[in-house]
Write a protein that binds this ligand. Structure first.
Ligand SMILES: [Zn+2]
Length: 392
């Protein structure tokens, strides 16, 4: 499937530009027309980290006329192992400004627009609408879904990449011509399942392998050449040195781009991705029990009060024997505290352990020092204790 070019060509190239881009101009598929399209293109790079570094540097060198950089972080020494757009003297500086300086050093003809803020629901639509294409160099799931949803809602294509240790993936998501990220990954992995680069590590040069695929695809989309990576997922294994490409179909039941979408606007990505607050993580330390432990307490008649903090409809689908329902909000509003027993240990649970950790933080600060919550929630319980029960 070839697609028409994303942008119209600029009126002309200057003599200086012809000199600079001569090795592009003599490639028949790029040529003067393709280079003029790159000159006219506005590309936003989300993040100036591992993937954003090579992506920005090669897009700058290639002559993409306008590069937007959204990044709120500062350069840390531990970034330099892979984030090659920054250098030793940039430590402590704004990553956005450091990236801009490198881009300008590579190619002063590129216009750089800085967005020195965190991408969120309040700014994403306005920022994205100023660009033809987005290159996603995000390292967390909440932002990844935010990027996808905003791109789909605005009808814009984006080039996605992800990296972990020796493994990388890349694809182009464009709901009008193929699947979106949610077609591939309808649900975020449970919190704690997939470690970040900071926790799990990443081979520095892997960023270049995947970032360069992203730039390659960006150039093809902008100039309208080749076979775009729409509907295909590139999977790279640096240890085995293998690239594989697998087909990804548009999911007719996709919550966002399917036939009957249930997501029609931006949602709360932190809670969708189960991002646990600092208070909740702190409360859960030493106060998280396993399904097996809970089963033992139930079987031995331990004096416990099992409280399910999900919503009524979730409780009706599946519940843990003996659990009573008090939705999370009742705790956050302060209504539920006075009814809690003082002579029993309170065991909280929810679907996967995120909401119950939040409520646990509320209980701990209200003086329920021995309260605990169930790690993995009812999903973990069903998997380990009652596999015949339904999960949702
Ligand atoms: Zn989709």
């Amino acid at each position: 499937m070839s697609l028409p070019p994303l942008v119209e060509p600029a009126a002309e190239l200057t003599v200086e530009e012809v000199r600079r881009y001569s090795r592009h101009l003599i490639i028949p598929d790029v040529g003067m027309d393709g280079q003029k399209r790159l000159k006219n293109a506005k590309v936003l790079c989300v993040g100036a980290g591992g993937l954003g570094s090579p992506a920005l540097m090669y897009m700058a060198a290639a002559g993409v006329g306008t590069l937007g950089i959204i990044e709120f972080d500062t350069v840390d020494e531990s970034n330099l192992q892979r984030q090659i757009i920054h250098g030793q003297s940039d430590i402590g500086r704004s990553k956005a400004q450091s990236a801009r300086d490198s881009v300008k050093e590579i190619n002063p003809l590129v216009e750089v627009i800085l967005h020195e803020e965190r991408l969120d629901n309040d700014n994403v639509m306005e920022i994205f609408s100023g660009y033809d294409l987005i290159v996603d160099g995000t390292d967390n799931f909440a932002t990844r879904y935010l990027v996808n949803d905003a791109a789909v809602l605005l009808g814009k294509p984006y080039v996605w990449g992800s990296i972990y240790r020796f493994d990388g993936q890349a694809s182009v998501f464009w709901a009008e011509h193929g699947p979106c990220y949610r077609c591939l990954y309808p649900e975020a992995p449970p919190p704690g399942m997939v470690p970040s680069c900071a926790e799990g590590g990443v081979l520095g040069v892997l960023c270049a392998s995947i970032g360069s695929i992203q730039v390659n695809e960006a150039i093809k989309l902008l100039a309208g050449i080749g076979e775009p990576l729409v509907g295909r997922l590139m999977i790279y294994d640096a240890l085995e040195m293998q690239y594989r490409s697998v087909k990804v179909r548009k999911d007719p039941n996709c919550a966002l781009c399917g036939e009957n979408p249930t997501v029609t606007g931006l949602i709360d990505y932190e809670s969708f991705c189960g991002v646990v607050s600092e208070e909740a993580s702190a409360a859960a330390v030493g106060s998280t029990i396993t399904s097996k432990q809970l089963k033992e307490w139930i079987d031995s008649g331990e004096p416990i009060d099992i409280i399910d903090v999900r919503e009524v409809n979730e409780y009706e689908i599946v519940s843990i024997p003996g659990a009573r329902l008090i939705p999370k909000n009742e705790f956050l509003m302060g209504n539920a505290l006075q009814d809690l027993p003082q002579d029993k240990r309170i065991v909280l649970h929810c679907k996967t352990g995120v909401r119950s950790a939040e409520v646990l933080a509320v209980l701990k600060s209200a003086g329920f020092a021995d309260a605990v919550h169930l790690g993995g929630g009812v999903i973990g319980w069903v998997n380990q204790i009652e596999p015949e029960k339904p999960v949702y």
